[in-house]
Ligand binder design. Sequence first.
Ligand code: NAP
Length: 254
Amino acid sequence: MRVLLLGGTGEARRLAAGLTRRAGFDVITSLAGRVAAPALPAGRARVGGFGGPDGLAAWLAAERIDAVVDATHPFAAEITASAVTATARAGVPLLVLRRPGWCARPGDDWRRVPSLAAAAEPPGERVFLTTGRDGLPVFAGDERRWFLMRSVDPPPPPLPPRSTVLLARGPYTVEGELELMRRYAVDVLVTKDSGGEMTAAKLTAARLLGLPVVMVDRPPAPEAPAVATVDAAEAWLERLIQTGAGTGRRAGPL
Ligand code: NAP
């Protein structure tokens, strides 16, 4: 079974590693190419966009793909929408693998907002911004606040005039996040509800320091079957291979 794995997350890498150990799967992971030196998955990888849903549907047919697992980041809404449209058109089964969002615990002071734009006025003066580079233009015009911005690669302009960029890649520890927030006298954290363990330490640190957190809600879930764990995605693919569904369809006309 040829599986296209839409990647860019730790879950996608773990699923690729698991599938390459199992018999019967030929896995290609697709990466957007946003990060200069991406963490590469086990098995084959391709890099770059497909050219929207039409391009992806054509690619699925040309590569004789039997199943697609969308394991992209919960905020990567465009590629997910593209996968829903393209797989429906090409008649290829699609599974969405999404880790659960974060839940506030006692002692947390979270302010949930529906979008990055709605996070533009955080309740503080020294903002720790972990929304990724796509979110930075929202804050670029803020001349009053100071921003600590953490990203994997240097973010492109425009940036807020009073800011410091920290280049780093998770996972992060609570001790490290506490030290960072204290060192820069951060008084508010702005983050997206990405979920997962790799970047959750900042939330614990904010709770321990009594800092408010502006939490940007996820975009709406796609209309597609979904699972929350890598194991469940592997089980879905195993069922597919056992029933023969998704195979034999190879490269019919679009
Ligand atoms: P996006 O806004 O949903 O996608 C924009 C365009 O980039 C898509 O239309 C597609 O181009 C291309 N693309 C995105 N992911 C792709 C993939 N895995 N393989 C091939 N093309 C892809 O995506 P994004 O939010 O910029 O995220 C880009 C990548 O970074 C994703 O792989 C995601 O998993 C990862 N990531 C995102 C975030 C985040 O906060 N958004 C955080 C961590 C990792 P075409 O239309 O030309 O096909």
